[in-house]
Design a protein around this ligand. Structure first.
Ligand code: AHR
Length: 514
């Protein structure tokens, strides 16, 4: 009884699964930006977690934590979204430039009502992304801003002529313009971004988008704020009414146990129901994306403006688990532990995103450090890498790889009234020519014998990594930061072009075949 409560189960017999990888039917490239991150001014997501100031005893480069920078470089984070989130629609970029001692102090009304001293602003953000080797996704303020404010921020960041705004940037220490890859016009406009009707936002989007201009070659992708969960009304209204540039529409989906907001699960100490419900909830995103994709394909044929265009992107720029805050933490700071369950959530989402590679060309997990499903937790000078960090690390070969369709025949793992497929999988041809396969065993009790057939490619060698643990809520702590990390995987054997894999219960495995 006690063992079940703690998430340890007696060994069950292996289940059987068949996976066929169609290397003979290569699909679209999985954009590296599918592995992007979201960093908001929220709790210690920026202050303390990323930025500690030059005078901090914590080793730093121009105020940015060296340990966090090194960990994120190692993760090959392709892009960071900033400054929010809800925060973005109350953020005025001029508050965050110029000498720090002269920057105004505001109240972060969304997150804990704490003072925001604007020590981390535009220059610090670009310093951060340059240090970790990532591209920049900047979210403009539509809720309390103006088209002029958003247009001037774009010129400040990207202008290279002898203009007042470019001169101001130079005077503040940055000679060359920065590259903004994505410029989002608003966030969650159905909620914290202004509680707008979709029709009203579509008009506002048109107004803003008309005035976003920069020099040739420097124009970022313009991203409209879209739906959440299974809703499609924003996508539909935007696709029907936006006349100008709209490269993508966002979708937000958090894995939250309901039905009420207060019913959220705890991040640790959960039972098997918490395990399966979380995984079943996270898999719902597959259907949400499929609906959006079908709708967008249909409406693309009839977009106003007429000319043929590239597929409008569906950017899932907020996703991940949202649990009850850690006891003793400020509830407005959204601090939560991160366990093996979160690693499986991340990997199962990757396997879904890969299926929609031509539509879902960017996603951002919420959030990078200390907030929600974080990669990294910090406590003063201490830093710990979470199981989610390790899942992202294991899946690095999928960045910019060519997706390969997979056909999976697997049974269901059930508990109480919940059921999920036992195994989820995806495959790709990596940039180095190897074939990569990601496998997730959602069953916390039974291992799985997976027979993998590869159509259209010859392979002769296999290596891999596995992330698993005895307990469902295994996690790393500041006292024991290495409790959970990937180890070499030895339970894969190749024979006559067929691959036999023995997946442990509750595990993530990434295989590389040559
Ligand atoms: O990630 C936390 C918050 O969740 C974001 O600020 C907001 O966009 C969403 O509701």
């Amino acid at each position: 009884m006690l063992t079940a409560v703690l998430g340890f189960f007696p060994a069950a017999a292996d289940t059987e699964t068949t996976v066929i990888v169609r290397a003979d039917r290569p699909g679209p490239v999985i954009d590296k930006d599918v592995y992007a991150q979201f960093s908001e001014h929220l709790g210690s997501g920026i202050y303390g977690g990323v930025f500690v100031g030059e005078d901090s005893p914590i080793p730093n480069t121009r105020g940015l934590r060296d340990d966090v920078i090194a960990a994120l470089r190692e993760l090959r984070v392709p892009m960071v979204r900033w400054p929010g989130g809800c925060f973005a629609d109350e953020y005025h970029w001029r508050d965050g430039i110029g000498p720090r001692e002269r920057r105004p102090v505001r109240v972060n009304t969304n997150w804990g009502g704490v003072p925001e001293d604007n020590a981390f602003g535009t220059h610090e953000f670009f310093d951060f992304v340059e240090l970790i080797g990532a591209d920049a996704y900047v979210n403009a303020n539509v809720g309390t801003g103006t088209p002029r404010e958003a247009a001037e921020w774009l010129e400040y960041m990207t202008g290279d002529q002898d203009t007042t705004l470019a001169r101001e940037r130079r005077a503040n220490g940055r000679e060359q313009p920065w590259k903004v890859s994505i410029y989002a016009l608003g966030n969650e406009t159905w909620g914290c971004g202004g509680n707008m009707r979709p029709e009203y936002y579509a008009d506002l989007y048109n107004q803003y988008a008309t005035f976003m201009k920069t020099r040739p070659g420097a124009m970022p992708e313009l991203l409209a704020s879209g739906d959440h969960d299974g809703q499609t009304v924003f996508t539909e209204t935007l696709m029907k009414n936006v006349r100008g540039r709209m490269d993508a529409i966002s979708l937000h989906y958090y894995t939250i146990l309901g039905p009420r907001w207060e019913d959220k699960d705890t991040a640790t100490g959960f039972d098997e129901e918490g395990w399966i419900r979380t995984l079943a909830n996270t898999l719902r995103i597959d259907g949400f994306i499929a609906r959006q994709d079908a709708l967008m394909s249909e409406l693309e044929k009839a977009r106003p403006g007429g000319r043929p265009r590239a597929k409008t992107g569906l950017y899932v720029d907020e996703w991940g688990t949202w649990y009850r805050p850690e006891p003793g933490s400020n509830p407005g700071f959204l601090v939560q532990q991160n366990t093996l369950r979160d690693a499986l959530v991340a990997a199962a989402n990757f396997n879904i995103f890969h299926k929609y590679a031509d539509r879902v060309r960017m996603t951002a997990i919420a959030q990078t450090v200390n907030v929600l499903q974080a990669m990294i937790l910090t406590d003063g000078p201490a830093m710990v890498l979470t199981p989610t960090y390790h899942a992202f690390h294991m899946y690095r070969p999928f960045q910019d790889a060519v997706s390969l369709p997979v056909e999976v025949e697997t049974g269901t793992y059930s508990h109480d009234r919940w059921s999920v497929p036992r195994i989820t999988a995806s495959a790709a041809r990596a940039k180095d020519g190897s074939l990569v396969i990601g496998l997730v065993n959602l069953d916390p009790r039974a291992g799985a014998a997976v027979s993998v057939g590869i159509e259209g490619a010859r392979v002769s060698a296999v290596t891999g990594e596995v992330l698993t643990a005895a307990a469902m809520d295994a996690h790393n702590t500041f006292e024991n930061p290495e409790m959970l990390h990937p180890v070499p995987f030895t339970e894969a054997a190749l024979e006559g072009g067929r691959l036999d894999v023995r997946l442990p219960a509750k595990s993530v495995v990434v295989l590389k075949l040559r």
